[in-house]
Design a protein around this ligand. Structure first.
Ligand code: ADE
Length: 241
């Protein structure tokens, strides 16, 4: 998979050299390229913004600078992602969808955002344009949101994670439940013991206990997720929880 990031703060994306994403890049599974948007500005001051039409506070990013950058970076069939708090919420389902795409281009806005004609123009030309919010709060720009989305997507690209099963079991997987609590040695710590069932070696009981814990945790912390569960995927024992 190829990922391009356009930003006026390339250093924000340095973290993509670390950990699993960094390893996936070294292994050739991910081709990540970070670009300085100012390279496409055309004045001595490398200006990328201007005052908002209609007045008001802050600055808006210029469509001509973005247009020039995107026409160099977008490939045929690429998806243009615009992180913005006014987009639909990015979820694990979004990550699963984007993990199947060949080329993602992230356009990181700053200030009051990018001139709306940039998204409109590219949509009109048949580019898949995805505006996306990572949650109901406002960041200073799209860079941190891009880090979040690239990490969530990259770990779903085949070969990036060592253990494919951990993708299926973890919180927000298609199962629709939060993950059960986990423990490791020492068996007793600060007067707290690992639950006996986990030490019993009884795989069936362990699986049932984990499922019950996941259901109870989800009911307590995320009742909205319980309401959204597909009842046909629950068994009789789930209902007793
Ligand atoms: N830019 C600023 N805030 C954001 C958010 N919550 N999600 C995505 N991009 C953003």
């Amino acid at each position: 998979m190829r990922v391009d990031v356009l930003t006026i703060f390339p250093a924000y994306l340095d973290a993509l050299e670390l950990s699993l994403v960094g390893k996936a890049r070294s292994a050739g599974l991910l081709d990540v390229r970070v670009h300085d948007l100012r390279d496409w500005a055309h004045d001595r001051h490398r200006t990328v913004d201007d005052t908002p039409a209609g007045g008001g506070a802050g600055m808006v990013m210029r469509p001509d600078v973005w247009g020039a950058a995107l026409s160099d970076v977008l490939t045929e069939g690429a998806t243009l992602v615009v992180p913005t708090p006014s987009g639909p919420t990015f979820t694990q389902r979004t990550a699963e969808d984007w993990a199947t795409r060949e080329h993602l281009v992230f356009a990181c806005g700053r200030y009051e955002g990018i001139d709306a004609r940039v998204a409109e123009h590219h949509r009109a030309r048949g580019v898949r344009v995805e505006e996306a919010s990572i949650g109901d709060y406002v960041l200073n720009g799209g860079e941190v949101a891009t880090l979040v989305m690239v990490e969530a997507v990259a770990r779903l690209v085949p070969g990036v994670l060592g253990n494919a099963e951990s993708v299926v079991e973890e919180s927000h997987s298609a199962e629709g439940l939060l993950e059960y609590p986990v423990y490791t040695r020492p068996v007793e710590w600060e007067g707290l013991a690992i639950p006996d069932v986990l030490m019993s070696g009884h795989h069936g009981k362990v699986a049932r206990w984990r499922r019950d814990q996941a259901l109870a945790r989800t009911a307590e912390r995320r009742p909205d997720m319980i309401a959204a569960l597909d009842p046909t995927r629950l068994d009789k024992r789930d209902r007793a929880t």
